[in-house]
Design a protein around this ligand. Structure first.
Ligand code: PLP
Length: 221
């Protein structure tokens, strides 16, 4: 099933978005067993994204094929140590305190960590991320950290059937991405199993899919 899902997705996901940028598929692996993650990798998945730092740490030695490791979940500052130096891209820099801590630990380890700023595009109280209006200030503050390199933005659209509204929000994200891009941006990470087509249409170039690859999640495992 996983193999079939991956094959099908690679057939459906356009190689390039409307901006001519390559679209990267990141498998969202929260709650998945290492066996299932490895099956996805064997089927062609090159990038995997974790939500939980401990899961990342515990699964780390069990993952085969050396995929790029993304961190896409809410990150507590005391868990940064599990990820440092092993993470290709941190998608979910959602507050300055986290940026500060990741910067300090990166500098201490003599590395530069690539990050995306997470934007709470729907203005939802249950979601993390910088408010849209505070993005320029957040960008300037994080840009000043020598241990971090901002590679773009990340967002989760609200759950909604209002496609017009979702398109509006996705295009707003693309506008922010283009507006802040100083030439160093590579990734607009936006799109999950339910809305990735719309997001790629609106200029996303990195999508994070869980359910579409692995099926419905079992949180009781
Ligand atoms: C779980 C998760 C996804 C994937 O969600 P699906 O709807 O299962 O594709 C993407 N991004 C983040 C941040 C997630 O936590």
């Amino acid at each position: 099933m996983i193999e079939e899902n991956v094959r099908k997705l690679f057939g459906e996901i356009p190689e390039k978005n409307a901006y001519g940028e390559k679209v990267t598929l990141v498998a969202a692996v929260k709650t998945q067993t290492p066996e299932n993650i490895n099956r996805a990798i064997a089927a062609g998945i090159t990038d995997i994204g974790d939500n939980h730092a401990q899961e990342f740490r515990d699964n780390y030695p069990l993952i085969c094929g050396n995929p790029k490791r993304h961190f896409i979940g809410r990150l507590q500052t005391n868990k940064v140590k599990y990820l440092l130096g092993r993470t290709y891209l941190y998608h979910s820099i959602d507050r300055l305190e986290l940026a500060e801590q990741l910067n300090a630990k990166s500098l201490a380890a003599n590395i530069v960590s690539d990050v995306l700023l997470e934007v709470n595009i729907g203005g939802e109280s249950a979601k993390g991320g910088f408010e849209y209006g505070e993005l320029p200030r957040a960008y300037a503050a994080v840009k000043a950290f020598d241990g971090l390199k901002i590679k773009g933005l990340m967002a989760m659209l609200p759950e909604s059937d209002d496609e017009k509204k979702l398109r509006e929000l996705a295009l707003k994200m693309r506008a922010a991405y283009d507006g802040l891009n100083d030439g160093g941006f590579s990734f607009l990470s936006m799109g999950m199993s339910g809305d990735w087509r719309l997001c790629v249409d609106c200029g996303s170039n990195m999508i994070r899919l869980g359910t579409a690859i692995f099926g419905a999640r079992n949180y009781n495992r």
